[in-house]
Design a protein around this ligand. Structure first.
Ligand code: NAD
Length: 297
């Protein structure tokens, strides 16, 4: 519903453009961030900025948080839960560990507040274009209340289940992505050594059983998919450091529930090595450099 009062905490690379899209959709958005640069940028995009969390959320119908990690979300939700009106809905769209997501729901429930975990995929480009996918965990009632606001920032909104289900879906999806990208990179590195042209491998695999998103959208070699980051020296894109973050979250979740994820564990190790060599800012498909043996520190 347009015209909601929305408090938005965390106006960084993702939160800034998401808050701007809420303004464009006709909502009254008050934003807060610890960083003066993020605040100034959001102000330029039409967001009304606040000097504190209290000022941003004091009369909000809905609060959205978009923060780096679980500890930030717990800290901010612990503070704002006692500052918002008693009928406010809290939505966290950060990518965080499932345990912290459930704890955030408990903080909200302790104050009688409705809450959703609603992490996103689609990256900064999707945040700017308003085409994010939201994976949402929480009650049916909370989802029904939050859906319209999420639709102002995304094009696909999936209710995945109860508290924490959105984060669970996000890290399972990104574990597939990390593993599949390494698989595609290994196939291209092997094909090169076998004298196979990259285009020939692409033409076969993209229409055969090896087909996957890592191949057809983010092909890790220049040429076959002109829009993939490989054509621009692996920048910009989905940073390898963020892929490592998500793989660590999926391993932490696997450990906490005793799930067997050997390929997820191996993918986390390879991205950790790649990041440690100084490649964390490159698109995650650049891990082909490590697999070819030419990722220098
Ligand atoms: P970012 O670092 O650009 O933004 C985070 C913002 O939170 C910063 O501006 C920081 O100042 C602010 N912040 C931290 N603690 C705060 C506090 N206590 N109060 C107010 N503001 C505070 O990060 P980002 O790229 O926008 O990512 C945000 C979240 O979205 C992360 O959890 C990330 O994993 C997830 N995500 C990012 C992408 C991506 O492509 N960047 C894609 C999907 C999901």
């Amino acid at each position: 519903m347009a015209g909601s009062k929305i408090g938005f905490i965390g106006l960084g690379n993702m939160g800034g453009p998401m808050a701007a899209n809420l303004v464009k959709a006709g909502h009254q958005v008050r934003g807060f961030d610890l960083s003066p640069a993020s605040l100034a940028h959001a102000r330029d995009e039409g967001v009304t900025t606040s000097a504190s969390i209290a000022e941003a959320v004091g009369d909000a119908d809905i609060v959205v948080t978009m923060l780096p990690a679980g500890a930030h979300v717990i800290k901010v939700w612990s503070e704002l839960a006692s500052l918002v009106p008693t009928d406010a809905l809290l939505i966290d769209s950060s990518t965080i560990d499932v345990d912290s997501a459930r704890k955030a729901h408990e903080i909200a429930a302790g104050r009688g507040l409705a809450a959703l975990d609603a992490p996103v995929s689609g990256g900064v480009g999707g945040a700017k274009a308003g085409t994010l996918t939201f994976m949402v965990g929480g009650s049916d009632e909370a989802f029904a209340r939050g859906k319209a606001v999420l639709e102002a920032m995304g094009k696909k909104i999936v209710h995945c289940g109860t508290d924490g289900a959105g984060q669970a879906a996000k890290i399972c999806n990104n574990m597939i992505l990390g593993i599949s990208m390494i698989g595609v990179c290994e196939a291209f590195a092997l094909g090169e050594k076998l004298g196979l042209s990259q285009q020939a491998l692409y033409d076969v695999a993209s229409t055969s059983s090896g087909q996957c998103w890592s191949l057809t959208s983010y092909c890790p070699v220049p040429g076959p998919v002109p829009t993939s980051p490989a054509n621009n020296d692996y920048r910009p894109g989905f940073a390898a450091a963020l892929m490592l973050k998500d793989l660590k979250l999926s391993q932490a979740a696997a450990n906490s529930v005793g799930a067997n994820t050997p390929l997820g564990a191996e993918a986390a190790q390879l991205y950790s090595l790649f990041d440690g060599l100084g490649h964390g800012g490159e698109d995650f498909s650049a891990i082909i450099r490590l697999l070819r043996g030419n990722a220098k520190a």
